[in-house]
Design a protein around this ligand. Structure first.
Ligand SMILES: [Cu+2]
Length: 148
């Protein structure tokens, strides 16, 4: 009988986890275009909420010339260093392996009319920069995700 209480608690814990996982993700749709612009420069999320970012490349130029991705970086990441290093990381979705641990979430590089998505848990409170790291894009394709 002594072990019933802990087991019961454990079961309740798992039930709670399952319930939490069942909460649908909140979708944030972001478009990227041939003018090297995201439609959103600022996104607000609640810490711990499940977020699904859907990236749509609404442009028509070929992927090799005007591909777009979406990369959410941890606060304090050296953006210029990340972008410079990532320019040559074509086979890794333009995310330099050396900066992999600075990435909170990302959507892979998309060609014209393609859509990609990523689901993640909104990170700790703070301001997070997101960019398109396709070579030459990050200066224009940049925004801030605010978690609070
Ligand atoms: Cu881009």
């Amino acid at each position: 009988m002594k072990f019933l209480a802990p087991n019961y608690l454990l079961a309740a814990l798992f039930a709670g986890t399952a319930l939490h996982a069942a909460v649908p993700a909140r979708t944030i749709e972001i478009t990227a275009n041939d003018q090297m612009k995201f439609n959103l420069a600022r996104v607000e999320v609640k810490v711990g909420e499940t977020i699904k970012v859907v990236l749509k490349n609404v442009g028509t130029l070929p992927k090799e010339a005007m591909g777009h991705n979406w990369v959410l970086l941890k606060p304090g990441t050296d953006l210029n260093a990340f972008a410079q290093a990532s320019m040559t990381a074509k086979d890794a979705e333009y995310i330099a392996p050396a900066f992999k641990d600075k990435v909170v979430a990302f959507v892979k590089v998309l060609g014209p009319k393609q859509t990609g998505e990523v689901t993640f848990t909104a990170p700790a409170a703070g301001e997070y920069t997101y960019v398109c790291s396709f070579p030459g894009h990050y200066m224009l394709m940049k925004g801030t995700l605010i978690a609070k």
